[in-house]
Ligand binder design. Structure first.
Ligand SMILES: NC(=O)c1ccc[n+]([C@@H]2O[C@H](COP(=O)([O-])OP(=O)(O)OC[C@H]3O[C@@H](n4cnc5c(N)ncnc54)[C@H](OP(=O)(O)O)[C@@H]3O)[C@@H](O)[C@H]2O)c1
Length: 289
């Protein structure tokens, strides 16, 4: 290990972990990898890991699982200290194709197991998420994945999984940030002990980071607007997975664990909700291939 790497690792914050309903643990903040390609992921993942990130979020559809796997190995941090999550794409959903898709993911990542395996989108028009879920539960029984979850699911989809298979996911990863707070969905998650993960936690494709109230809170805290937003997620019990290709911003984004927002600042942030999604994708109709 080089001196630079050792210094970075020594200075990295220890991210606390949540305990999931299935008894497994998950870091309270992770690292997003979309839209990195294999070469970028290979270069950036070690940088993120050395700066303290343990949860790495990828997906078949990002086309970077091989680079993520290489990056993890270059980091020289033992596999069991990391938390690797990937997602099955719409085209691989269905009783006969989940296993093949999962094996491809494991081969590209160069690992025997995933810590978390998610259905990327419910694709309710194609309607194959129930048999997909059954296959994922089987893969968990066989030890190929530790925890199973979903992404972009609405309460109606989650309730159907429970009705037809007897089991709800432990994680639902959804678009979420202070301008798009998903309060009703979060209440539903709490009732069913589903952990909320936030994609686009910094509000990519929105003007969130330019918000004046946010700038004021950041100034008072001596932090950046992005740090205030990520602290809001953590303090709300949400697991954000910010993506950055810049090592300075990687370090900035993970430095949110040894300070707090006041109740008044949390309330200010709560009032920033506009209900406008940055992506414009509606899980009730969106079909991800
Ligand atoms: N499940 C799903 O359907 C789904 C959908 C979308 C995304 N995701 C996952 O969620 C992850 C995060 O979402 P996202 O990438 O859409 O959005 P995001 O993390 O909210 O925003 C990423 C953008 O913010 C910039 N940024 C990062 N840190 C910053 C900082 N401290 N200050 C200012 N700008 C900063 C990044 O630029 P730089 O890179 O230049 O820093 C990048 O342009 C993805 O990478 C992916 O893993 C999942």
């Amino acid at each position: 290990m080089s001196e630079k790497t050792k210094d970075l690792r020594d200075a990295a914050p220890d991210v606390p972990w949540h305990v999931l309903r299935d008894g497994r643990r998950i870091p309270q903040l992770g690292f997003g990898t979309y839209p990195m390609d294999d070469a970028q992921a290979e270069e950036l993942i070690p940088e993120a890991v050395w700066r303290g990130y343990r949860l790495i979020d990828t997906a078949v559809n990002y086309g970077n699982e091989r680079g993520v796997g290489q990056g993890v190995r270059y980091s020289e941090v033992p596999r069991e200290e990391l938390f690797l999550a990937s997602k099955i794409p719409g085209r691989d959903q269905g009783a006969d194709s989940v296993r093949r898709s999962l094996e491809g993911t494991l081969e590209r990542l160069g690992t025997d197991y995933l810590d978390l395996y998610l259905i990327h989108w419910p694709n309710p028009v194609t309607d194959r998420y129930v048999p997909t879920w059954r296959e994922m539960l089987r893969a968990r029984e066989e030890g190929l994945v530790r925890s199973v979850g979903v992404s972009n699911f609405l309460p109606e989809h989650l309730l159907r999984l429970e009705r037809e298979t007897g089991e709800m996911p432990v994680v639902n990863q959804v678009e979420l940030h202070p301008q798009y707070q998903q309060e009703a969905l979060r209440r539903f998650h709490e009732e069913h002990r589903i952990l909320t993960q936030a994609w686009s936690p910094l509000g990519r494709k929105t003007d969130l980071l330019q918000n004046e109230w946010l700038a004021e809170i950041a100034r008072r805290q001596g932090r950046t607007p992005a740090q205030v937003v990520l602290r809001w997620h953590v303090q709300s019990g949400i697991v954000p997975i910010p993506k950055s290709s810049d090592t300075g911003r990687m370090a900035e984004n993970i430095d949110v664990f040894d300070w707090e927002l006041t109740d008044e600042q949390m309330e200010r942030l709560r009032m920033m909700h506009t209900g406008i999604s940055g992506s414009g994708f509606d899980p009730a109709v969106h079909e991800e291939q």
